[in-house]
Design a protein around this ligand. Structure first.
Ligand SMILES: *[C@@H]1O[C@H](CO)[C@@H](O)[C@H](O)[C@H]1NC(C)=O
Ligand SMILES: *[C@@H]1O[C@H](CO)[C@@H](O)[C@H](O)[C@H]1NC(C)=O
Ligand SMILES: *[C@@H]1O[C@H](CO)[C@@H](O)[C@H](O)[C@H]1NC(C)=O
Length: 370
């Protein structure tokens, strides 16, 4: 145990020295403990902060060799502390929406903090995405740079039962591959768990690219079915329907903007849809491929989760971003692999209950090319 703590201290010392290189300001909640960590392999660079275990940036070349950052976010940690757009965090303990902020587990009713109208979203107001995680291990260079972050969610946090140990590892490997590996164990009581990474992508990159929205990006989703969501973006009917014949059908590569005017993500026009990923949940399988013809950049996402929420940044609206850029509607998209939305209130969906002795395991792999 002492070894682990020492390692954490050493990691923080490394972070502190990288901060003194002038990259980031550190003011705000838990500033002394919060840092920015770079994972670098050649000209591929990924930055992560332990504030909300956030993915801050991914820099890679385009087809002409120009480097750019393809993740939406902010320039400084101080700005991330104010973030209300969920730029890049791990959301939990149960991400996405929970109807009326309530559920029943083992015969007991739990009430959560409601932070999305009458409902709870992304685990409540000040959960995983707005806390300082502990840096367990950090290796910034070499063949396979990585960082492992740890968060203990306490019994009763945002209303959830029992304490939970959560780890997230971001790992870079060649060529241009980013793995995100999450696990969790319930320490004392059963609890629902459903984590997700809420990163917005624009493969055009910052600089020239972000001025363009993502409507011209081509998307392919390995999903033949979707969970029907209502106006509150809840799967109230419990229905799963085929995408065939709907504007949600991305089984063949299709520009994101081709039919976007025909869909509403809740109260605004745009995608905020939950797809059932084809194949066997629990096994790594292809989820999505996205290509931006203008830059030549593409990403391929693999994951082991049952569903993926595809969101087109419908609520971005003169939102301050990096380098003085302003993000408007459709400036980025998310591909949030996860379990079924509101599974805690839908026995017809696969259970998200994690009991002591069981392991929650969520793996994502992004393969970039250009
Ligand atoms: C954070 O928000 C507060 C309140 O709106 C504002 O005064 C402050 O300037 C913001 N900080 C940053 C770094 O944007
Ligand atoms: C979760 O991941 C961490 C970090 O990689 C690892 O140390 C731990 O053993 C994992 N937990 C389980 C239950 O596998
Ligand atoms: C964007 O902001 C403008 C001005 O505040 C507002 O009129 C418009 O409804 C907003 N659009 C969305 C999608 O929120």
């Amino acid at each position: 145990m002492a070894g682990v703590q020492l390692l954490a201290l050493l990691s923080l010392a490394v972070a502190a020295s990288s901060l003194s290189m002038g990259a980031q300001a550190t003011t705000g909640p838990d500033a002394r403990k919060v840092g920015v960590y770079e994972l670098k392999l050649g000209d591929f660079s990924v930055k992560v902060t332990n504030w909300g275990a956030r993915l801050m940036s991914v820099v890679l070349p385009d087809s002409k060799g120009n480097l750019a950052d393809v993740v939406l976010g902010r320039d400084t940690l101080a700005e991330y502390f104010n973030d209300t757009s969920y730029f890049g965090p791990i959301a939990g303990r149960v991400a996405q929406r929970i109807s009326r902020g309530r559920f029943v587990l083992d015969g007991k009713v739990y009430h959560l903090q409601r932070n999305d109208g009458k409902n709870t979203i992304h685990g409540g107001g000040t959960a995983f995405s707005k806390s300082a995680w502990t840096v367990k291990e950090y290796v910034g260079g070499g063949d396979s740079p990585y960082i492992t972050l740890y968060y203990r969610s306490f019994d009763g946090e945002q209303g959830f039962p029992g304490s939970l140990d959560t780890y997230v590892t971001y790992r870079v490997s060649g060529p241009y591959t980013l793995g995100v590996h999450m696990n969790a164990t319930a320490r004392d009581r059963a609890t629902p768990v459903n984590l997700l990474l809420h990163a917005y992508w624009n493969l055009g990159g910052h600089g020239e690219g972000i001025g363009r929205d993502v409507l011209g990006h081509t998307l392919r989703l390995h999903a033949s079915r979707y969970a029907v969501l209502d106006a509150e973006l809840l799967p109230s009917s419990g229905r799963v329907a085929p995408v065939a014949g709907t504007p949600l059908d991305f089984r063949a590569p299709t520009p994101i903007g081709a039919r976007i005017r025909q869909v509403t993500g809740g109260k605004v026009v745009g995608y905020d849809a939950n797809y059932i990923v084809d194949g066997e949940p629990g096994s790594m399988r292809p989820v999505a491929e996205v290509r931006d013809a203008a830059s030549g950049r593409a990403l391929e996402l693999w994951a082991n989760q049952a569903t993926v929420q595809f969101y087109t940044g419908n609520w971005l609206n003169h939102t301050e971003g990096k380098g003085g850029e302003v993000y408007n509607q459709y400036a980025g998209f998310t591909l949030e692999t996860m379990g079924y939305v509101d599974a805690v209130n839908h026995p017809e969906f696969p259970s998200q209950t994690l009991r002591p002795g069981q392991e929650y395991k969520h793996d994502m792999v992004f393969k970039f090319s250009f």
